[in-house]
Unconditional design. Structure first.
Length: 482
């Protein structure tokens, strides 16, 4: 009997986050209601400790727990991204938690546990570990989506997300079972080796399993036609959690997607790339076209996130060092600009999700110049206007597609990007060229101000000086290109 190697350092980041969750639960019992903000700062402190550990961990390509967990450069890149997103979301949440009637300790604990689930999805070298990470993440997010007490929309969002998420998880698990039946293993490396050894490129059991995996992950990524939950859940959930789902959950799901399809199934890429091509086209198109008609800014950003998932799929289809690195770069750029946009929505709708209609933003640019300018920058970046991060992200994605010969896919992507300019600019026009329809007085919030500054710096820096981030992304995908 072989005893699995246990390397606690390989999951050090997760252990720090879990320990922080335990501390938050304990202090929630003894801290008075007026000092509940301290739980948020404790959560941020624990996350910062986890972030520092992830950035300074020199384990390299350490594989632990019987080959089920890895800590390679790919996981380190995404760990820093996901924990950074969790920190920003926690800071973004503090004002809403202070003004609402939500349980503060439970909220921060669930955010910490959801982050642990995301990291397990990133680090898993086994389909079972990826599934366990997905379920850890999902259970926490189901609760957080319905965290606004007394809000029917929030309860509806949580219930809808739970029901559809349960079906998606069943598809994913059944897909794993079928792949195990075809290859005799759930290890990513073992699956790739068995496919090469037995030449299973047309095996119906394997292909059906891959199809079911695509359905399960497509739900988390909000790919069309698995996106129906997205606008209602994004609108009903607390805005900070909407940002968490739009950025953190999407990053973890794409990491699992890259790990599975790039690591386990590259030899049958000719089978799944055609499917992804069609999914990318309809996801970009539906996301952008439906976003044009939205009057609620959270629903608009929901359809926008669907469209951006389509852009990222283009990079996965392109593959190679340029395509894979472009995917990681785009995830980083998307995190900054999307968190910034949702940060504005949180700040402007400070009282129980108020001011979420696009018309409510009339005159924002003159009443609150900093908020107006910041929102304009984030929206311009999402639209792909140079020299911001969104432009460079799309440039790298489409360049990879052209290099790989996907000319028509690139043309469709560029056309969709042009369509998106209309609804992003519409908000900017309303902010600067429409008279206010009501008076909105905002309270100063230091945590959200910090969030907006971080997001602004990241959005601008990744646009004008992208090389540092792109080099990190290239280093992170060496395992995919040998």
């Amino acid at each position: 009997m072989t005893i699995p190697d246990v390397n606690w350092t390989s999951i050090g980041t997760e252990l720090i986050l879990i320990s922080t969750a335990v501390l938050v639960i304990f202090f929630d019992l003894v801290v008075k209601d007026k000092k509940k903000d301290s739980l948020g700062y404790l959560t941020v402190l624990g996350m910062l400790g986890a972030l520092v550990f992830a950035m300074t961990d020199k384990e390299g390509t350490a594989i632990a727990f019987g080959g089920m967990i890895t800590n390679d450069s790919f996981t380190q890149f995404l760990t820093v991204l996901i924990v950074g997103v969790a920190i920003i979301v926690t800071l973004m949440s503090m004002q809403s938690l202070r003004e609402g009637s939500m349980d503060v300790g439970g909220y921060h604990t669930l955010v910490l546990l959801a982050t642990v689930g995301m990291l397990l999805m990133v680090k898993g070298l086994d389909l079972i570990i990826i599934f366990l990470g997905l379920e850890t993440l999902s259970i926490a997010i189901y609760v957080l989506a319905g965290y606004r007490k007394g809000a029917e929309q929030s309860a509806e969002a949580a219930f809808k997300y739970f029901l559809l998420g349960a079906f998606a998880a069943a598809f994913l698990l059944y897909g794993i079972a079928l792949i195990y039946g075809a290859t005799g293993t759930t290890r990513i490396e073992g699956i790739a080796q068995y496919i090469a050894l037995k030449n299973l490129g047309t095996n119906p059991l394997l292909l059906l399993g891959v199809g079911l995996l695509l359905v399960g992950l497509g739900f988390k990524l909000a790919l069309v036609p698995f996106h129906s939950w997205t606008p209602d859940v994004y609108e009903g959930a607390p805005t900070a959690i909407t940002a968490f789902m739009a950025v953190g959950v999407k990053a973890a799901a794409f990491a699992a997607f890259v790990r599975i399809f790039g690591g386990a199934l590259p030899l049958i890429a000719f089978q799944w790339k055609d499917v992804l091509w069609m999914l990318a086209v309809i996801t970009m198109t539906v996301g952008n076209v439906v976003a044009l008609s939205q009057t609620n800014i959270k629903r608009m950003l929901a359809y926008s996130s669907i469209a951006h998932a389509g852009y990222i799929l283009v990079g996965i289809i392109a593959g190679g060092s340029v395509g894979w690195s472009a995917v990681l770069y785009y995830l980083g750029a998307y995190a900054f600009m999307n968190l910034g946009a949702f940060g504005i929505v949180v700040f402007y709708g400070y009282k129980q999700e108020a001011n979420v209609e696009i018309a409510d933003y009339a005159g924002l640019g003159f009443r609150y110049p900093f908020l107006g300018a910041a929102m304009a920058i984030f929206l311009f970046s999402l639209a792909g206007i140079p020299p911001l991060a969104g432009f460079m992200g799309k440039f790298y994605i489409f360049s990879a597609a052209i290099k790989s010969g996907y000319i028509w896919l690139t043309i469709i992507g560029v056309m969709n990007s042009l369509v998106s300019v209309f609804y992003y600019f519409r908000v900017t026009v309303i902010m600067y060229m429409k008279e206010p329809i009501k008076e909105v007085v905002l309270n100063y919030s230091l945590p959200i101000t910090i969030v907006l500054i971080i997001a602004l710096v990241g959005t601008i820096q990744m646009g004008i000086a992208p090389n540092f981030y792109l080099e990190r992304a290239l280093d992170s995908i060496k395992w995919l290109i040998g």
